[in-house]
Design a protein around this ligand. Structure first.
Ligand SMILES: *Cc1c(COP(=O)(O)O)cnc(C)c1O
Length: 386
């Protein structure tokens, strides 16, 4: 049995790298021509498989990639990624050697961290590239940009000093929006704070090569926020809205992930039978039930019990009863000729927004969910590989 056959034997995620390349091409046209294109591949490329997606992005002309952790960046370097990599997450300075040796640009949001990186780099004759993170209202990480003039002056001075630390090369400055998908006044306020910070630093004689602010929705909805680089996350994978996904198809974006599962059994059960743990569903009629080998340990949110449908032979079929760890039960009474071995689509571009809504979450979390047990198979230049 080949590795591919093995992957297709139970539950797997098909990752259409050709769709990813198309999305890059489309999204480029929505970005200011002078701005760089950064593809966010943190968290296993939002569940899509980090290395393969990163390679395709690099081949499709992405200028930068971003990760959340240094080990993610190291993994990329070991797999042939040569374009710049930005680590967005805060990192313990213990990992400074990896930043230097694997050329990973680190986001820096406080003086103490910067000092520790500098101490390592300077005393080992190395250099670490950094992007200064400014907190303009997300309240997560970064130098907090205040509103009164004296405080601005002293914050700018702190940033200025960090930029001049030995062993550090301060290439960029950036911020992150808290509500780009809902609150335009707040988003504009955040952008103006970043520009304010840039202005203060300019006056002190410090200019940055790459100033950036916008993630997916930010790029699409706020052209002023493109500055020198756009950071594309969810849109790359085919969804332009965090909840409905709809705008994605309006732009022509193609969802990259489809999760499929091979039906293990089809059973006839009489009316009145209760289904699965806790007996939360009782059959109203004599029914045909397909058992699907995918459960919450594969990334199907258990909260979707009795509240989701999968596609079998193109028909929407409801999940009955509780989603188990490794299996779930589907009503296929109205779908003719379903048999063991047939393929069910349990997640795709249409189902993801429904899963997000019914699970009370956003599409980001839905596509990140397929677990390590779900093999990723890739469609690249029309060919399927593992
Ligand atoms: C995750 C992340 C992104 C990408 O966000 P999307 O909404 O998926 O585009 C961009 N910037 C930062 C700082 C992030 O943490």
């Amino acid at each position: 049995m080949t590795e591919l056959e093995l992957a297709l034997s139970r539950t797997w995620a098909e990752i259409n790298l050709d769709a990813l390349a198309l999305n890059v091409k489309i999204l480029r046209t929505h970005l200011s021509p002078s701005a760089k294109f950064l593809g966010v591949v943190k968290a296993n490329a939002y569940g899509h498989g980090m290395t393969q997606c990163a390679k395709k992005l690099q081949d499709s002309g992405a200028d930068w990639l971003a990760v959340a952790t240094i080990p993610e960046g190291v993994e990329l370097r070991k797999n042939g990624i040569t374009i710049p990599i930005l680590c967005l997450g805060q990192t313990t300075p213990d990992l400074a050697p990896l930043m230097a040796d694997f050329r990973i640009t680190q986001a820096v949001g406080d003086s103490q961290n910067a000092k520790a990186l500098s101490d390592y780099a300077a005393s080992n004759d190395k250099s670490i590239r950094i992007h200064i993170k400014v907190d303009t209202g997300m309240s997560r990480t970064g130098f907090y940009w205040p509103s009164d003039d004296d405080a601005k002056e002293s914050t700018a001075r702190k940033i200025f000093d960090v930029c001049n630390l030995p062993g550090l090369y301060a290439e960029g400055m950036f911020t992150h929006f808290a509500a780009a998908d809902g609150d335009s006044d707040y988003t504009r306020e955040q952008l103006s704070r970043l520009l304010d910070a840039r202005e203060y630093l300019r006056r002190m004689g410090r200019d940055f090569e790459i100033v950036h602010s916008a993630a997916s929705v930010g790029v699409l909805d706020y052209p002023d926020a493109h500055l020198d680089m756009g950071r594309f996350g969810l849109v790359l994978y085919g969804y332009a809205s965090t909840e409905t996904g709809n705008e994605g198809s309006n732009l022509g974006l193609l969802p990259v992930m489809t999760v499929k599962s091979r039906i293990t059994a089809v059973r006839n059960l009489p009316a009145g039978t209760t289904i699965s743990y806790g007996r939360t569903y009782t059959l109203k009629r004599d029914s045909v039930i397909a058992v699907i080998p995918a459960g919450y340990a594969d990334g199907v949110h258990r909260v979707l019990s009795n509240n989701y449908g999968v596609k079998i032979h193109g028909a929407a079929c409801p999940v009955l009863g509780r989603v188990c760890m490794d299996m779930m039960m589907i009503d296929v009474t109205d779908v003719p000729n379903v048999k063991a071995g047939d393929v069910a689509i349990i997640l795709d571009g249409e189902l993801a927004p429904i899963a997000a809504k019914n699970a009370g979450t956003i599409i980001h979390e839905i596509v990140c969910a397929p677990s390590a047990r779900v093999p990723r198979v890739y469609i690249n230049n029309g060919k399927m590989t593992v």
